[in-house]
Design a protein around this ligand. Structure first.
Ligand code: PMP
Length: 380
C-alpha cells in the first residue's frame, strides 16, 4: 500500500513510534501495562496544558464526545451558557446545548474572523453566565480565537471557562492554571499526532467541584465521576478502555514532552508560516483574517485556473491528501493541516508535490518558488 502524506486538518500523520505502540498485542484493560501507563499518560496530558491541579480523563470516543462530556458534567439545569463561536465547531457546541435542553446564547463572528475580547466583555456585561465555551482553533475557518484574552475577560466572574482545544492542544499554548481555564476538551488525532479514537478532558478543581455539586447528571458512560476511580486506579473496572489507543496516545505525549512545549509551539508557528509563504508565492490566497491565523491549519483560496476537485484528486495521486472546504467555502478553498509531528522534509515534500500538481493542471507559476519560500523560513 502506498502511504500518502495526510495533510488534512486531522487526523494528522502518525509517527512510526506511535504506530509501533499501537501495534503492540492487546493487553488486559485492568492489567499491569495499563496500571503503569494510563496514569503516566494522564500526568503528561496535564503537563501539556500546564495544569498542576485538577483531573485528566482519557475516554474512548472522538472529540465530539469530549464536547458533550464537558457540557454534561459542568452545566446544571437552569445554568446559562454562552457559546463563543468563530465557525463550524462553535455551532456544534450550540447544537449539543440544544440537544440537552441547556439555556444557551451564541456569540458568533463571521467565518475567517473571531469574536474579539471587547465583544465578549460587552456580552458578559449584559447577562450573567454560569459557563462560557469557546473553540480555540476552528478547523473549518482556520481562525484561532484569542483565548488568553477571553480568559482575562472572565477573571473574577463565576462562569466556568470551557475550551475546545481539539485542533490546538499540544500545538498551541494553552495554560490552564495560569489563564484560569476550567475545562479543556480535546482529542488525540490532531496536534498529538496519535490515531483517532480518544476523547481527552482536563478539569480544574473548580470544574470538578461543580460536577460533584450537580450530583446526578443525565449521562452514564459520559459521567466523569464514574470514570474518576478508573483514572486513579486503572485496575478497577467501569467500561473497557481502548488499551491500544491509550498506549499509542501515551507514546505521543512522550514525543511532545521530549521535543519540549515551547519548542513545539514555535515549530508549529514556523511550519504554518513556511507553508503559507510557499502557497502565496504560487498565487494562492489565505481566506482567514491575518490577525487570527491559526498555527495548526490553513484555509487556502484557489487562484484562477485551479479547480478544487481536480486539484485535490491530482495532489492525492502525487502523494498528499488535503481536505476541501466546509459549508459555504466548499469548492472555493482547500484546507491543509500542519500540526502534530510534521517535519520540515515532509513540508518540502508537500510543496514539491503541489508544484508537480499545478504543472499537470497547466497553471502558470515560477517553478521552485514555494519550496524556496518555505526553505527560507525552515532552514535546511
Ligand atoms: N472541535 C474541533 C475544533 C474540531 O476540529 C473537531 C474535529 N474536526 C471537533 C471538535 C470534533 O472532533 P471529532 O471529529 O473527533 O468528533
Amino acid at each position: 500500500m502506498k502511504e500518502k502524506l495526510l495533510l488534512i486538518p486531522g487526523p494528522s500523520p502518525v509517527h512510526p513510534r506511535i504506530i509501533h505502540a499501537l501495534a503492540q498485542p492487546t493487553v488486559s484493560h485492568v492489567g499491569p501495562e495499563m496500571v503503569e501507563e494510563l496514569p503516566k499518560a494522564l500526568a503528561n496530558l496535564k503537563k501539556i496544558v500546564f495544569c498542576e491541579r485538577g483531573e485528566a480523563f482519557i475516554i474512548a470516543g472522538a472529540g465530539t464526545l469530549a464536547m458533550e462530556m464537558a457540557l454534561l458534567n459542568t452545566v446544571a439545569p437552569g445554568d446559562k451558557v454562552l457559546v463563543v463561536s468563530q465557525g463550524y465547531f462553535g455551532r456544534r457546541m450550540a447544537e449539543i446545548c440544544q440537544s440537552f435542553g441547556l439555556d444557551h446564547e451564541l456569540l458568533e463572528s463571521s467565518w475567517g474572523s473571531a469574536v474579539t475580547p471587547d465583544e465578549l466583555k460587552k456580552r458578559l456585561a449584559i447577562r450573567d453566565f454560569q459557563a462560557v465555551i469557546s473553540t480555540h482553533v476552528d478547523t473549518a475557518t482556520g481562525a484561532c480565537a484569542p483565548i488568553h484574552e477571553y480568559a482575562d475577560a472572565l477573571e473574577n466572574r463565576n462562569a466556568l471557562f470551557i475550551l475546545d482545544g481539539v485542533c490546538a492542544t499540544g500545538g498551541v499554548e494553552e495554560r490552564m492554571d495560569d489563564w484560569g481555564i476550567d475545562v479543556i476538551l480535546t482529542a488525540a488525532q490532531k496536534c498529538f499526532g496519535a490515531p483517532p479514537g480518544l476523547a481527552l478532558l482536563i478539569l480544574s478543581e473548580r470544574a470538578m467541584e461543580k460536577r460533584r455539586r450537580m450530583k446526578q447528571i443525565p449521562a452514564y458512560y459520559s459521567d466523569l465521576l464514574r470514570w474518576l476511580p478508573i483514572m486513579k486506579e486503572p485496575a478497577r473496572y467501569f467500561s473497557t478502555p481502548c488499551v491500544n489507543e491509550i498506549r499509542a496516545f501515551y507514546e505521543s505525549t512522550l514525543i511532545v514532552l521530549e521535543e519540549g512545549l515551547e519548542k513545539r509551539f514555535l515549530r508549529h508557528q514556523r511550519s504554518a508560516r513556511a507553508i503559507r509563504e510557499g502557497l502565496e508565492a504560487l498565487g494562492f490566497s489565505l481566506s482567514t483574517e491575518k490577525r487570527f491565523l491559526a498555527d495548526t491549519l490553513s484555509v487556502i483560496g484557489y487562484p484562477d485556473g485551479v479547480e478544487d476537485k481536480r486539484f485535490r484528486a491530482l495532489y492525492s495521486e502525487n502523494g498528499v491528501v488535503v481536505a476541501g472546504g466546509l459549508a459555504d467555502t466548499a469548492g472555493r478553498v482547500f484546507r491543509m493541516g500542519h500540526m502534530g509531528n510534521l517535519s520540515s522534509s515532509q513540508i518540502d515534500f508537500a510543496l514539491n508535490a503541489l508544484e508537480q500538481t499545478l504543472k499537470t493542471i497547466g497553471y502558470d507559476f515560477e517553478p521552485g518558488a514555494a519550496r524556496r519560500a518555505a526553505k527560507a523560513i525552515l532552514g535546511n
